[in-house]
Design a binder for this molecule. Structure first.
Ligand code: SF4
Ligand code: SF4
Length: 156
């Protein structure tokens, strides 16, 4: 295994550990979600999902991204109103709940985990980009980007 491959494995393993901690915290909080999938149709829900490059990299390295149109403003991983990539879904996917009673506490949790993921990017000296999810996903898909171990990538 090359150093680059080992770094990538370590990075993904740390990111998944962060997601696991988050899931444990959210389970305790239990804001309630019936998994109707409505919030993954961003236009009808009037929602913009942001994601970091490292999270999008985890997705594109593990699953095939279906052909999609950014302008449709629907997540391409939404299949029959269900997320088809739950294991790899982003921080924003995990922390979003439509229950307004939890807005403030979820915002605090989001900020906390956002910082952890940003620190992870710094640790592995990979480029940090934080953009609307669909835009970033389309870029990764078209350029087949793999950020880990690129010699000229720099943390921001
Ligand atoms: S990745 Fe899954 S949870 Fe996130 S927006 Fe897409 S379908 Fe929804
Ligand atoms: S957060 Fe709300 S809109 Fe989104 S899947 Fe859960 S219940 Fe549906």
């Amino acid at each position: 295994m090359t150093i680059e491959e080992q770094m990538k494995l370590n990075l993904y393993s740390e990111l998944r550990r962060i997601y696991q901690m988050l899931e444990e915290e959210l389970t305790q909080l239990n804001p309630g979600c019936n998994r109707c999938g409505a919030c993954c149709n961003f236009s009808t829900f009037d929602h913009v999902l942001y994601a970091s490059s490292v999270e999008v990299n985890l997705i594109t390295s593990n699953v095939e991204v279906p052909v999609f149109n950014v302008s449709d403003n629907i997540c391409p991983f939404l299949k029959e109103n269900q997320c088809s990539i739950r294991t790899f879904r982003t921080l924003g996917c995990r922390v979003f709940y439509c229950n307004p009673n939890y807005k403030d506490v979820l915002y605090t949790i989001y900020e906390n985990y956002y910082q952890m993921i940003k620190d992870l990017s710094r640790k592995y000296t990979i480029q940090w980009k934080y953009l609307p999810f669909l835009k970033q996903l389309a870029e990764f898909k078209s350029e087949q980007l793999l950020l880990v171990g690129k010699p000229n990538s720099s943390p921001v």
